[in-house]
Structures are given as structure tokens and as C-alpha cells.
Design a protein around this ligand. Structure first.
Ligand code: KG4
Ligand code: ZN
Length: 364
């Protein structure tokens, strides 16, 4: 291990303004601070993230987040070795706010600056939390993303498959909405599902009949809408038990699709006979107990290590961005002389675009 490195991370690609300080040294990597300021209350009245409101809010609070992250970590700008900032993919106004903040800090201090892909931040997190060796398989499942990634190096990713329409978190949020449950929908649907019958309402398992690891969640959401309407028609309104059964049936459908597609992705990954096979999850949907248990049982059967980083590092944060910068620095990748904010930025540039990718969700 070279000398310890301390990196400041800045993230603002969707609706969380975040700054964090991460240090890597002989004793391993440590998150010295991770400050996240959400914007839920600003967007609540609009039923989704409003890009202009998000961008303005990022511009207002990012410097405060940086100050708080430095203070919490007990370091000053002079103690840093570099800055890493999310340069995409994401809502362009928000990404720009982060990039401008980071460029200003870098120009004022002379610190090297790395422009990081937000998805790389998620994908490399299991190395920050669990020191996972390359190559490993990652499922990123959140409100804006859903993909299986083979993570081979700080800058080497192969996408094995992904959603061709909605992300699963987005589907959870929409199902919650149509059942009158609060946002974010995932935790609300999971709560209701606990006492529902998962086999009561037949829902499709989209794309299981198609080879490969691509997924689709838009039709499942529409099927849930039709099932709700049918139940309401039959019972003259939505009964509490119907709502619970629908949540349980929907959650089980998502879990079964993700698990079967994960089985296929694992088969591709294991064909290369990795020395220490590991499967990691990231993103808010990984918080779901049924989905997590189902994926970890799959790994047990396949004799593959299962890693689920703590939720605060699975969901959007700046520690993962600082860490992705750290990985680049350690790999000898030079700082980026020019950083351009990018609304779209696939990690695997060789993979063919997923049908409709980027069409839905804040990030693709
Ligand atoms: O990773 P994340 O915090 O933000 C981004 O989308 O980038 O993920 C948020 C998504 C939301 O759609 C939320 O409904 C979903 O993750 N989620 C869950 C659960 N907790 C959060 N979905 C299913 N079950 C949960 N327990
Ligand atoms: Zn994210």
C-alpha cells in the first residue's frame, strides 16, 4: 500500500446533495464522513423530481455539504489529496452544480480532480465496504437503474443485462401510488406485503421467457393496475386485504424476476472461473428483505459469496464517488484535465443500448 490518500467526493446527479471524505491507508479504507441532504420535501407536491428545482437546491447547499463533510471528518482542504465529482449520468442541471463546485475547489486549491461515473460509484462500493477482489458480479437496482454488471477493474465494466423500460424502484413507487400508499413506494409496499398472500393475485414475470439477463418492469406495473381495478370492481372498492395481497404478489413477482435473471448472470460470470466468486447488490431496492433473502439464497446454492453494503452506502451518497476517485488514483489513472457534465454515460460503452434505456427514470 502506498501512503494514505484522502479524497473529497461530491454527488448531485439526482435529488440528493452529498459530500463525503474517504481515506485509504495501510489499515484499509475508511469513510471519515458522509453528508447527504435529500430534497424529498421540495418535490413532494409534484409527484416526482423536478429537474430545475433539484438543480437550484444543489447549487444552494453543495458548499454547505462540503463544509459539513470536512468538519465531520476533522480535516481541512489542505489535508486532501484530491477531489472526485459525479460527472454523469444524471439530471444535467444537478450534475453541473456538482461539477462547478468541484472545479471551483480544485482551481482554488490546486487539488487534482476526477470526474466520476455515478454508476461506477455504485459498482465499486463493495470494494470500499468489503474489500471485494475483482472480478465480481453486481446487481444495481434502484429508482433509476437496473443492471447486472461484471466489475473487472476501476475502469472496466461489462453490462450483462438491464431493464429495457422502468427500473424496479420506479415500479414499486408507481404501484404504491396506485394503491394510495406514501412515497417512496418501496418501503410502503414491503410493509403491506408482510401480511398479504403472495400467490393470491396472478401477475406476470416479464421477460423470463426471453433468453439473457434483460428485464422489464413496466408491464408488471400495468398488470398491477389492472388487478387493482378488477378487485375494486368486484368488491365495490379496494379492501385492506386486497391491497396487502396485491403488494405481496407484486413484490414476489419482482423478487422472482430479479433472482432468475441473477441466476443467468451468475452462470455467465462463473463460466470464467473467478478465484473468489462474489455477487454484490446496490441501490435502494436492495433494502427489500424478500429480494435480498432470495438473492442471498441463490448465492448459497451456487456457492458464491453474497455482499450487501450497508444501506446508507447502497443508496445515493458521495462516499462512493470519493471511493471511485480513490480507485482511479490508486490505479494510476491521471486526473481529468477537462470534465464535461454528461446526462447519459453508459459504463460499458461496448454494450448495445437497451431498448428505451434513458427514456424513463432520472438516470439510465
Ligand atoms: O438507490 P435509491 O435510494 O435512489 C435512486 O433511485 O437513485 O433508490 C430509491 C428507490 C425508490 O424507488 C424506492 O421505492 C426503492 O428504492 N426502495 C425500495 C425499498 N426501499 C427503497 N424498493 C423495494 N423495497 C424496499 N424496501
Ligand atoms: Zn444512484
Amino acid at each position: 500500500m502506498d501512503r494514505p490518500l484522502t479524497i473529497l467526493g461530491i454527488e448531485s446527479s439526482c435529488d440528493d446533495s452529498a459530500a463525503a471524505v474517504v481515506r485509504d491507508g495501510p489499515a484499509g479504507a475508511r469513510v471519515l464522513s458522509s453528508v447527504v441532504r435529500g430534497q424529498n420535501s421540495l418535490h413532494a407536491a409534484f409527484g416526482g423530481v423536478v429537474p430545475e428545482i433539484a438543480a437550484r437546491a444543489h447549487a444552494e447547499v453543495l458548499d454547505l455539504c462540503v463544509e459539513a463533510a470536512l468538519a465531520e471528518a476533522g480535516v481541512s482542504l489542505a489535508d486532501l489529496d484530491g477531489i472526485a465529482v459525479t460527472a454523469g449520468p444524471g439530471l444535467i442541471g444537478g450534475v453541473l452544480a456538482g461539477v462547478m463546485t468541484a472545479k471551483g475547489l480544485s482551481a482554488a486549491t490546486g487539488l487534482p480532480l476526477w470526474g466520476v461515473n455515478h454508476l461506477a460509484g455504485h459498482a465499486l462500493t463493495p470494494r470500499l465496504t468489503d474489500d471485494l477482489p475483482f472480478p465480481y458480479l453486481l446487481l444495481l437496482a434502484s429508482g433509476g437503474h437496473c443492471q447486472f454488471l461484471l466489475v473487472k477493474g476501476p475502469d472496466r465494466f461489462r453490462r450483462l443485462g438491464g431493464t429495457i423500460d422502468d427500473a424496479p424502484g420506479e415500479a414499486f413507487d408507481k404501484v404504491a401510488k396506485l394503491l394510495g400508499l406514501p412515497q417512496p413506494g418501496g418501503p410502503a409496499v414491503e410493509r403491506e406485503a408482510q401480511t398479504g398472500d403472495p400467490r393470491c393475485i396472478p401477475l406476470p414475470r416479464p421477460l423470463l421467457d426471453r433468453e439473457g439477463c434483460d428485464m422489464s418492469f413496466s408491464g408488471l406495473k400495468t398488470a398491477a393496475l389492472r388487478a387493482r381495478d378488477k378487485l375494486m370492481e368486484g368488491h365495490g372498492g379496494l379492501r385492506e386485504s386486497d391491497r396487502r395481497d396485491l403488494c405481496a404478489s407484486f413484490q414476489t413477482a419482482v423478487a422472482e424476476v430479479l433472482t432468475e435473471k441473477a441466476r443467468r448472470a451468475l452462470a455467465i460470470y462463473l463460466a470464467d472461473e473467478p478465484a473468489t466468486p462474489s455477487f454484490a447488490v446496490a441501490g435502494g431496492v436492495a433494502a427489500n428483505r424478500l429480494i435480498r433473502d432470495s438473492l442471498s439464497s441463490l448465492c448459497l446454492r451456487e456457492d458464491v459469496g453474497f455482499v450487501a453494503p450497508p444501506l446508507a452506502l447502497c443508496t445515493d451518497n458521495a462516499a462512493m464517488i470519493a471511493w471511485a476517485g480513490m480507485e482511479r488514483a490508486r490505479a494510476g489513472l491521471p486526473p481529468d484535465p477537462v470534465i464535461t457534465a454528461r446526462p447519459r454515460w453508459p459504463l460499458d460503452t461496448t454494450a448495445s443500448p437497451l431498448v428505451g434505456a434513458g427514456r424513463k427514470g432520472a438516470k439510465s
